[in-house]
Design a binder for this molecule. Structure first.
Ligand SMILES: Nc1ncnc2c1ncn2[C@@H]1O[C@H](COP(=O)(O)OP(=O)(O)OP(=O)(O)O)[C@@H](O)[C@H]1O
Ligand SMILES: [Mg+2]
Length: 264
């Protein structure tokens, strides 16, 4: 459903700060894939997600979603097709707005706003039901300001918002990295639950190898801006951390002692 072909992106080209972030990137995502993405610091994982989302436009190559070439489609037009959750819990929600107002914003994403901003009772009931599935008690706090929530509650809410209108593709960029381990585990569990309930096609970046192995049906490893390892199905199920370490060491020539992926 998504085809990335020979995509390249260099930042600050021609300057002393030139940085090749993605180069010769090929990736085909199939409908229903839940792909975990790992790779060392600066491997190009976030850049890949940003290229898919239209935050950056590739210097070369193409990106097709279903039958549409979206390589140069502006970010705001893709927003209706994509759900995104970032690492920073402060980013996905509006802190000074209430929980239900945040949900209403997400619900109206990519729609004409002719109906105004009033939240109907039916809508409120729908939000309450969806919040219940998180099992965090947020359904009784519809009008609470989001800034009063913990980081984990906020990420869970962002996840719900990103999937309220079923996205064609869900992009998660280390969305649990800023949370304590217990909360991270809970939010990952919710992620799994939401992805399978709505059968969402998903790309999830993580620096935790165990999580990368445990979640999803397919795992890719990135290095120097491209995919160097792509494993799925039964083969992925047999994978262990040692296998990934070996792959990573082969690719990076052993210069990986300080990598967050390993420190995790
Ligand atoms: N906006 C930008 N301007 C300049 N350089 C950038 C920009 N975004 C990313 N880069 C550089 O491109 C390379 C790839 O960065 P990217 O953020 O995609 O890596 P990553 O795999 O997500 O790494 P991490 O695990 O640290 O999050 C890095 O060297 C980074 O410094
Ligand atoms: Mg990143």
């Amino acid at each position: 459903m998504l085809k990335i072909e020979q995509v390249g992106k260099t930042f600050n080209a021609g300057t002393i700060n030139e940085k090749v972030a993605v180069k010769g990137l090929d990736l085909t995502i199939n409908d229903g894939d839940f792909i975990t993405v790992i790779g060392g610091n600066g491997a190009g994982k976030s850049t890949m997600l940003n290229l898919i989302a239209g935050v950056y436009i590739p210097d070369e190559g193409s990106i097709r979603l279903d039958d549409t070439d979206i390589t140069r489609m502006p970010e705001y037009r893709r927003a209706a097709l994509l759900g995104r959750v970032f690492q920073d819990p402060m980013m996905g929600t509006a802190g000074d707005m209430g929980i239900e107002e945040n949900l209403a914003m997400a619900y109206r994403r990519g729609r004409r706003r002719g109906l105004g901003w009033g939240i109907t009772n039916a809508e409120r009931e729908f939000y309450r039901e969806r919040l219940k599935t998180l099992d965090l008690g947020l359904e009784d706090r519809l009008t609470s300001k989001v800034r009063l929530l913990s980081g984990g509650q906020r990420q869970a809410l962002t996840l719900l918002m990103a999937t309220l209108q079923k996205p064609r593709l869900l992009l998660l960029d280390e969305h649990t990295a800023a949370l304590d381990p217990k909360t991270a585990h809970k939010v990952l569990g919710l992620t799994q639950q939401i992805v399978s309930e709505h059968n969402l096609t998903t790309l999830m970046v993580t620096h935790n190898m165990k999580d990368a192995i445990h979640y999803g049906n397919r795992l890719i490893m990135m290095h120097e801006g491209r995919v160097i390892y792509d494993i799925s199905g039964e083969e992925k199920k047999k994978l262990d951390v040692q296998d990934l370490l070996e792959k990573f060491e082969q690719a990076s020539g052993g210069e990986f002692a300080n990598d967050r992926m390993l420190l995790a």
